[in-house]
Design a protein around this ligand. Structure first.
Ligand SMILES: [Fe+2]
Ligand SMILES: [Fe+2]
Length: 189
């Protein structure tokens, strides 16, 4: 547990982040999960650092004002609730982030992206599976444990659940989301 606490405390938010204490907890748990998977998958320290950076950036502006979010991400698929990802990516790029994979992970974290590298995929998984959201009877802990041995299978399952939530809420599926899903659903892919 001590190791996990150190991993959690190691998360650094960007100086421009605007998050509530509750949001900070979510970001820390997402970062802890991607770190856990990076260790289990024996990825390089540089790759692990990319995943953690994507985690620390992804909701960094979730509690920012609508005015700032609109200024940074005027389009955002026409949905206010999806604006914080593109806004954080725009701010991160403005502040010097040059890793396109990390920027795409942040930009598309609410909608999915077929072009993602592992930074985007791991962030998408952790954002859905992180601890505090689990309820009794929830099988998400089993999915968390399965990620190192079957990352694509868990990604497909998480995407399926997130798409179902979107459909049940009556929201349209964006082109990015359907392309992401079609890529995952492709047999042998
Ligand atoms: Fe988010
Ligand atoms: Fe999040």
């Amino acid at each position: 547990m001590a190791e996990r606490s150190e991993q959690i405390s190691a998360v650094e938010l960007p100086s421009w982040a605007q998050v509530t204490q509750k949001r900070l907890g979510h970001i820390q748990r997402v970062a802890a999960l991607v770190t856990q998977w990076a260790v289990a998958l024996h990825v390089s320290p540089e790759e692990r650092e990319r995943w953690v950076r994507a985690a620390s950036l992804h909701d960094a502006l979730k509690d920012a004002s609508p005015e700032l979010l609109r200024e940074l991400a005027p389009d955002s698929w026409g949905a206010d609730s999806l604006r914080h990802g593109p806004a954080a990516a725009a701010m991160a790029a403005r502040e010097g982030e040059r890793d396109q994979g990390v920027l795409d992970a942040v930009r598309y974290h609410s909608v999915g992206c077929a072009r993602w590298d592992d930074a985007g995929r791991m962030l998408y998984l952790a954002d859905f599976l992180e601890g505090r959201r689990r309820k009794a009877g929830d099988d998400r802990e089993a999915l968390v444990q399965r990620v190192p041995s079957d990352p694509r299978g868990v990604l497909r399952e998480v995407a399926r659940r997130r798409l179902l939530l979107t459909i049940r809420a009556g929201h349209p599926l964006l082109a990015e989301t359907t392309a992401f899903w079609n890529d995952l659903a492709c047999p042998g892919g």
